[in-house]
Design a protein around this ligand. Structure first.
Ligand SMILES: [Fe+2]
Length: 288
């Protein structure tokens, strides 16, 4: 994804799950992710070895209602269409819930859901020259596409059938209770720009010139009551600044202008923790 070299990127998540064993089995079967046990939970690793999420066990926790803010989906980006087709086939063969493919104009995506009902999108970007626009602005949409077209891409596959494709955390999409409040929060906290806001009840924001790193919607959660932290689902999202000097400038600016949502700062100031308007922790740090 293109953004300037000093732009932040999405970092690891913390997710509350009812059963670590059940979630670990799912992420292995659905996506081929490696896992590692840690006290009270497990870590999920992308094929690159980067941490995707820490799972924290809350035995018996139930998912949050769609009427309440939550993680609408996390979206894993694969590098090309054969990798998307391979993942689609993998989900089908494992008899896991699978939706799509959906053509978003900028990308082609498939969807599933983890055992705690957290949505998971897997997608590949279309080439930038073909991204649709309307009135000079990005015009992402959703159109169901024939599964056979996508599966046909398996013929172009370079890697072996059992391989796990390269993946990155491409974007996050949050269900929020007040769209404007969340857009204002994220766009003033970080160098995120709104890329599309003409879809009723939703807004998309990106670093640099990507289509979006963050989606926000109130489709089912407009005015929703605060989330119950005892339920399963998103606890924390994070952003990493890959360039230390960019992090320093961002941090100095934030601390000098004040940030009412600031929760804590690391003793060595290598990260800051901020509270999102719907109650999630947002950790922003310098990549190590
Ligand atoms: Fe998405």
């Amino acid at each position: 994804m293109r953004a300037s070299d000093d732009s932040p990127i999405l970092g690891p998540l913390r997710l509350g799950v009812a059963s670590v064993e059940r979630s670990r089995d799912f992420y292995r079967a659905a996506l081929g992710l490696e896992t590692r046990e840690v006290p009270g939970g497990a870590e999920l690793f992308l094929p690159s070895g980067n941490l995707l999420a820490t799972l924290e066990e809350r035995p018996g926790a139930v998912p949050e209602s769609p009427a309440v803010p939550g993680l609408y989906h996390l979206a894993l980006r694969v590098p090309h269409r054969p990798a998307l087709a391979r993942t689609f086939l993998r989900l089908k063969e494992a008899r896991l819930p699978t939706d799509g493919p959906v053509d978003h104009g900028v990308s082609e995506a498939i969807y599933t859901e983890d055992p705690d009902e957290t949505g998971i999108e897997i997608y590949r970007d279309r080439s930038r020259e073909t991204w649709p626009t309307r009135g000079g602005h990005l015009a992402m949409g959703s159109r169901l596409a024939p599964p056979q077209d996508l599966l046909g891409a398996l013929a172009e596959e370079m890697e072996g059938p059992g391989s796990t494709p390269e993946m990155t955390l491409g974007h996050l999409h949050l269900r929020v209770s007040n769209l404007k409040r969340s857009v204002d929060f994220y766009s003033s906290l970080l160098p995120l720009k709104v890329t599309q806001e003409d879809l009723p009840g939703a807004a998309f924001l990106a670093f640099g010139d990507y289509h979006h790193h963050l989606g926000l919607n109130v489709w089912s959660s407009q005015g929703g009551k605060p989330r119950d932290p005892q339920r399963s689902g998103l606890i924390e999202l994070s952003f990493l600044f890959p360039v230390p000097s960019a992090f320093q400038s961002w941090k100095d600016r934030l601390l000098s202008q004040g940030c009412p949502e600031l929760l804590s700062v690391a003793p060595n100031e290598s990260w800051l923790l901020v509270r999102d308007p719907d109650g999630w922790d947002v950790r922003i740090r310098q990549a190590s």
